[in-house]
Write a new protein. Structure first.
Length: 403
């Protein structure tokens, strides 16, 4: 559906606006600097794929989406798109803020090739999904950011495009509308539509996307399965803190970052009888043991762990400071070794594959600062021995029939 071959986009940067005019009339040969927002990008996206794009701010994600959407043209290379495209890029892009919401619906439908009569038929479902009511006849300039998002998403998905492009549009929505959008995205996936999704929400990217591309400084760094590419993204996002450590990473080692005053040596999980393993039962005692060594004395260190389902769904995060019985640990002696153990009396996870991350943070400046954050430090499985419930969490239930 989408073929990007050696695509690049160059912009001219001027120190002063007047330099653009001087250069245009030929008074000076060159008053600009060349900036490549994107270069040497190759991508092939199949029909029906949900393809994620991640990267730090300024990596070139929005530029890539503009090339695919046809908003701008590539300076070099080619971008070929088969099928109709509907996009939600910068908030409010494609809207005339002096028009009413209704007029903007007609405008956007016309840009998609719909007649006025066809747009009229779509209008009720767009207004209903966007939950705008009478505001549909008010100027868009009077809308809140949430209202603009709702209208943009409703229009983009109601015109039934072959390709839907979403650039961080869900970040400003409230939780209820976000869930509504996610349900519609899932419907698009079920109907075999192609989706290009850009977000900093890695859990959503893991959940939605089958493949992910990583951009950095305008270059395509990696493409592949989410679990592989997102780990590289985390290393890039924390590259100022990522450190090569002499601690063994183990079979499930993943990116690590932090200032390094305390360093995890190993992470192990065990069952009620204290036996370490990788397969455990639902609703049994479970513990996480984090062995550490102190490299440099430090005050107010906080240890924590986070649990995730294998698709990246965040299940729980816990530490000993934000707790019913808060504790604060200080370490005065370099070379000290020990263990921090998190005990869970009854782990309520249902059968499936899971992983956990462990971390040690400092609260010295009032804002948590990473000392050692070990992503995906350990993986484990919950056995199929409990099969009378479905989902992620096991509930204890009692049933009563009243007639």
């Amino acid at each position: 559906m989408i073929e990007v071959v050696n695509a690049g986009k160059q912009y001219r940067l001027y120190d002063r606006p007047v330099y653009r005019a001087i250069e245009a009339v030929g008074l000076r040969r060159k008053l600009h600097r060349e900036f490549w927002a994107l270069r040497n990008v190759y991508l092939s996206i199949d029909q029906g794929a949900c393809f994620g794009v991640v990267g730090r701010n300024g990596a070139g994600k929005s530029t890539l989406l503009k090339l695919i959407s046809g908003i701008t043209k590539a300076t070099e290379g080619s971008v070929t798109v088969h099928g109709s495209v509907s996009s939600i890029l910068e908030l409010g892009a494609g809207f005339h803020h002096g028009f009413t919401g209704r007029d903007n619906v007609f405008l956007n439908c016309a840009l998609q090739g719909y007649t006025r009569q066809e747009a009229e038929r779509l209008l009720p479902q767009i207004v209903e999904f966007a939950e705008l009511g009478d505001f549909i006849d008010q100027q868009v300039r009077t809308y809140s950011t949430g209202m603009v998002l709702r209208l943009a998403f409703a229009v983009a998905t109601s015109v039934n495009p072959d390709i839907l492009i979403i650039d961080e549009a869900l970040a400003v929505g409230d939780e209820r509308f976000r869930a509504k959008c996610m349900q519609r995205i899932q419907e698009f996936k079920s109907n075999g539509k192609t989706i290009l999704f850009v977000s900093h929400d890695l859990a959503t990217v893991r959940h939605l996307c089958s493949h992910v591309a990583l951009l950095n400084e305008g270059q395509l760094v990696a493409t592949g399965r989410p679990e592989e590419v997102l780990d590289q993204y985390l290393e890039l996002a924390h590259k100022d803190q990522v450190r090569e450590t002499d601690a063994p990473r183990g079979a499930f080692g993943r990116p690590r970052w932090g200032s390094g005053e305390i360093q995890f040596e190993t992470v192990a999980v065990s069952s009620v009888d204290g036996v370490a393993g990788s397969v455990f039962d639902t609703n049994r005692a479970f513990s996480v043991q984090m062995d550490y060594v102190v490299k440099t004395p430090i005050e107010d260190a906080v240890f924590g762990c986070q649990f995730y389902r294998s698709d990246g769904t965040y299940l729980n995060g816990s530490n000993h400071f934000w707790h019913d019985q808060p504790q604060s640990f200080s370490f005065q002696q370099a070379g000290e070794q020990g263990s921090v153990i998190c005990q869970i009396p009854c782990l309520p996870l249902l059968p499936g594959d899971y992983y956990l991350s462990v971390c040690c943070y400092s609260l010295r400046d009032g804002v948590p600062q990473a000392i050692d954050h070990w992503e995906r430090a350990h993986e484990f499985t919950i056995s199929e021995r409990v099969s009378d419930q479905h989902g992620v969490i096991a509930f204890e239930t009692n049933w009563t029939l009243n007639r």
